[in-house]
Design a protein around this ligand. Sequence first.
Ligand code: ATP
Length: 186
Amino acid sequence: MEALFGGSFDPVHSGHLVVAETVAEILSARVRFVPAREQPFKRAAHVATPEQRAEMLDLAVAGNPRFAVERVELSLPAPSYSVRTLRALAEREPGNRFVLLLGADAARELSQWWEVESLPALADVMVFARPGCAVPEHRLITRVVEVPAIDISATMVRERVGQGRSIRYLVPDAVREYIATRGLYR
Ligand code: ATP
């Protein structure tokens, strides 16, 4: 069994990493970060390219044997629908069972997903939420886990870079260096 953690990761930050580590520990499973080529529900366009977002994830997961980066959505059509992603993985890795990780915010949109009825056959759905956060009721949600509240968003990281402020500790050092070297988010 492996957990899939999808998102824009524009850029990956410490909030994502704490979620993934918590889930990896609770499930005793590996977590694959799945950067979206294009997220269906994101109104604003992504800033970094899909490959840059995946490269920042490579840097962020380095050294953690329970973490990996899954690039499958980069070669699938846009927008990146989870059901399509899961079908591609099922074809590539028959017999492997996946747990799809969703934040409480993403879980609220579950009913509007493309071909959501196919989801149960492809993966279990696990929602992560900070303590006290309302988790929506949905028959497809099989498990809920509490994760420590870390109030960081990628939007906050991008804004800070744009303002010339520090993002030290908000993202891993190697990601911070990557952002500086490429001049991303300025
Ligand atoms: P943006 O600010 O660009 O919208 P984001 O920081 O929310 O991005 P995404 O890459 O869209 O990051 O996040 C992927 C998933 O991780 C989403 O389900 C989101 O809810 C969750 N997530 C993001 N930041 C945190 C955090 N600090 N704590 C817990 N979950 C988070």
